[in-house]
Write a protein that binds this ligand. Structure first.
Ligand code: C2G
Length: 424
């Protein structure tokens, strides 16, 4: 029996895919189709799949051409599979001509002519693009606009104050202005993704959320770290019990803002430490330990009284069975690491942990340590935009940053805003 193996994403299954499978099938007696997992596709830069792995599997299955379907999850798996399944022929479309010649050492490699004139990208592009405007300025806004270019189905549209001509808007204005900007955008029927913190009080957050719900609009908090592969994996590892019970989560984020301290004349246009870093530093704490701390103590060094501008802030949380601390600074420097302490071991994420592609699980006996590496493109912003446009298309909420997390962040912002803190 001649076994043939082929691989692909098979997103929005089309005629080109089916022709490939038909011809692959007649090369032998038994056809194995490897379908790429979401993570593997992300790691090779394919971030625009419209269908989930299960939907893509169902599509290939429905053709009736595959005798066996497997999932392709990592680089180098093709060699493992060819050996494991005893494949005689590896085949793929001619767009890959030459790329898989190295598999000739393991089986016969056949490139089948690609069907011209059709592709998943074309089908995706045919859908009307989401017109996404931006309000705000600065590096973060520029990065966001740049990252839009990598996302199929999203188009950057310049918009004025009236938000004419856009379906959705990204807001990165000064934290003190965000509430008004978000309110205005939602009132005009625009979907909103806004840098965190969105609101400086719980009441503000609830008002915005209710407005979005009433109007059936997507309203999301932008914390890019939440969308990074390494970060979402470390949450899973931490929750899996690998390091035992979680006892403490300690996150530090600092960025020494150049002239701060020497010339503080432009402080009002800068974000203070808690706005710039608080949401990111609190994210793993609330995602791992829950959103109901028994106590929240804010310790801060205020460098401008009138603006309530903190140069350094440390927030201590006490939960039922764990503690946590978030440290953040714009006018002090420390190691930007994340440590999750467990009863059996700990997870260490080196600086800058908020845009890392790597973490380590460490134990008493270093032999048991394990390192994890993941692809991170565009600091996570690219995936954030994909998730936002998918949320709009599907009408489902944000699965990366749940509403209760946004609420918990807004509560801490309110505590700070009311100056309910200990000064140093
Ligand atoms: N294909 C084709 N004609 C098209 C489009 C795709 O023959 N018009 C073929 C591709 O060459 C590939 C298969 O259909 O063999 C699946 O295509 P994709 O879903 O685009 O998957 P791809 O990214 O090519 O993955 O490890 C993954 C594989 O290497 C190929």
């Amino acid at each position: 029996m001649v076994k043939v193996i082929t691989y692909g994403t098979f997103d929005l299954l089309h005629y080109g895919h089916i022709r490939l499978l038909e011809r692959a099938k007649v090369l032998g007696d038994y056809l194995i189709v490897g379908i790429t997992s979401e993570d593997y596709d992300k790691s090779r830069g394919k971030i625009n799949n419209q269908q989930s792995l299960m939907e893509r599997i169902a599509g290939v299955k429905a053709t009736g051409l595959a005798d066996e379907i497997i999932v392709e999850e990592y680089e180098g798996q093709k060699i493992d599979d060819i050996r494991r399944y005893g494949a005689d022929i590896f085949t793929v479309g001619s767009d890959w001509e030459g790329k898989f010649d190295y598999l000739n050492d393991y089986c016969k490699v056949v490139y089948l002519p690609r069907t011209e004139g059709i592709s998943s990208s074309d089908i995706r592009a045919e859908k009307r693009k989401l017109a996404l405007g931006t309000i705000g300025a600065g590096i973060i806004c520029d990065k966001f606009i740049r990252e839009m270019n990598y996302v199929n189905g999203v188009q950057h549209v310049e918009c004025g104050h009236d938000l004419e001509g856009v379906d959705a808007v990204y807001i990165a204005t000064h934290p003190s202005k965000r509430y008004d900007d978000v309110y205005r955008a939602l009132s005009k029927g625009k979907h909103v993704i806004c840098e965190s913190p969105i609101a400086l009080s719980l009441e503000q957050f609830e008002t915005l959320k209710n407005l979005a719900n009433q109007k059936g609009l997507v309203f999301e908090e932008a914390i890019k770290t939440a969308y990074a592969n390494a970060y979402s994996r470390l949450l899973v590892v931490a929750k899996s019990g690998r390091i035992g019970d979680i006892i403490s989560v300690d996150a530090t984020c600092t960025s020494l803002a150049g002239r701060l301290g020497e010339d503080s004349s432009d402080l009002e246009i800068r974000q203070n430490s808690i706005c710039a870093w608080g949401p990111t530093a609190m994210l793993p704490i609330f995602q791992l330990l829950g959103v109901k701390p028994k106590s929240t103590t804010i310790m801060t060094k205020i460098i401008d009284e009138k603006l309530n501008y903190d140069g350094y802030t440390k927030i201590d949380f006490v939960f039922d069975k764990a503690v946590a601390s978030a440290r953040m600074a714009k006018a002090a420097k420390a190691e930007g690491e994340l440590i999750i302490t467990g009863t059996k071991g700990y997870i260490y994420v080196p600086a800058p942990w908020w845009k890392t592609d790597y973490f380590e699980v460490r134990f008493e006996d270093a032999v048991d340590n394990k390192r994890y590496f993941y692809q991170l493109d565009g600091e996570g912003i690219r995936y954030e935009i994909v998730a936002f446009s998918k949320a709009i298309e599907s009408g489902r909420g944000n699965v990366y940053i749940e509403e209760k997390i946004s609420r918990a962040i807004a509560k801490v912002m309110e505590q700070f805003d009311k100056k309910d803190y200990v000064r140093i």
